[in-house]
Design a protein around this ligand. Sequence first.
Ligand code: ADP
Ligand code: GLC
Length: 479
Amino acid sequence: MNIAVVSAEVAPWSKTGGLGDVCGALPRALAALGERVLTIAPRYKAYPDAWDTGVRARIYLFGQTHEVGYFHAETDGVHHLFVDHPSFHRAGIYGDSYGAYGDNLFRFALLSRAAIEACTRVPLNGEPLGEDVIFHANDWHTGVLPLYLEALYRPAGRFSRAGTVLGIHNAGHQGTTAAHEFAGLDVSARWWPAADFDGRLNPLKCGATLARKIIAVSPNYAREITRDLGFGLEGIFSSRGRDLFGILNGVDDAWDPRTDKHLEQTYGIEDVAEGKRANKAALQRELGLPARPDVPMLGLVARLDHQKGVDLVQAAAPWLLRHDVQLVMLGSGSSALEGWFREAERTWPDKVRGWVGFNERLAHRIEAGADIFLMPSRFEPCGLNQMYSMRYGTVPVVHATGGLVDTVETFDPLEDRGTGWAFPTFSVEGLVEAMGWALYTFRGHKDAWRGIQRRGMERDFSWDRSARLYRDAYEASRP
Ligand code: ADP
Ligand code: GLC
């Protein structure tokens, strides 16, 4: 099967969150199954490992012809194309300190068109991918890709066997913009109803309407977006019935405590206690926290977005920090929460560190050093950090929503089951109660704690299983 994964982010080249992780890792897992896979993303900057193919395409959009170039890299049996255009060469992927870029619809429509063109134009060690391809678009950015296929290519007899899949990583972002921008997309007005959302142009709705299959990033999220977490698109998602799948994300090999190059000391299930002790000590040293092996260390790594519920941690902090704990947080985003990180450090100097920014190495070291990982998300399509935590023997405390429900099972002391705590209601009380149980178990029931860690570490979150499910959905997405 020839598969083109088209995304605004592909790690390690570009990443602001899990979208990048998934579009980096899933293609590798598909290639390992023997599929021919190409990722297509913008060339946000000069990547040292990607070379100019010399191929150019001219694309008419927003009243002008735009020339794009294609850069190519190949790693782990996966081809990667980076679409080159001046509108991608900016400080941020989606925006800067003034907010989202005003021409994002143009930028990502250009990516979508360039991706379709690439399939027939750009040779990948010989031959282009061809028209017999599965397009896997992701989130609102490439929601217009299925529109282009239906409106421009299929009517001309092209890509007639091509499948289209829309991956839903986050229905909370839909790229909605003014209706008049539709004219810039250069498709006939008869397609407007697919994009029309209360009189505005909604690229995610467009993809959700026109992609032949839709894949949400966890089974529970696939249900939630048809009920109350579709941000207004519940009706569209439920109308897609059997075309809507939920497939859980996997964990990439870069997140394996046995081989993680960022750690002070690597470890596995057999030496988890010793490994975590060494990594905790290193984190305390590095962050200037008191070197105390026994103090429960709470970790948090997140985009500081409303979605992530970090405000709940803020509200619960006075309660949490009345206990003998250390709290280490890493994130960037909302200036209010960044401000709170700094303030919390000042208020509890020997207990709290709030690192503002994006720091891959520190994210790994927190997963390894912390005892408990906090993830009180309001909604969470899948969530990767809770899975990383379980792999690292770090016990997650999460709000029971989205993929967190599919992955974290609340500890049951009678049955001796469970891998963490998932609190049912999004509230400070919910978080506090779950944290109460977690701290009580950590301090007083060491054997039970070790059982929770072990069960988490034994869970199979490999990409291989999910990649097989993707393959089935891809095959089913052909006309
Ligand atoms: P989302 O995609 O909604 O941000 P996920 O849990 O799926 O949530 O994935 C988040 C990814 O981004 C993880 O790999 C996490 O480690 C990473 N991440 C988030 N914030 C930061 C940060 N400030 N520094 C480093 N990595 C971060
Ligand atoms: C999104 C979601 C997150 C998910 C990630 C990768 O950003 O917020 O829950 O894990 O995409 O699919």
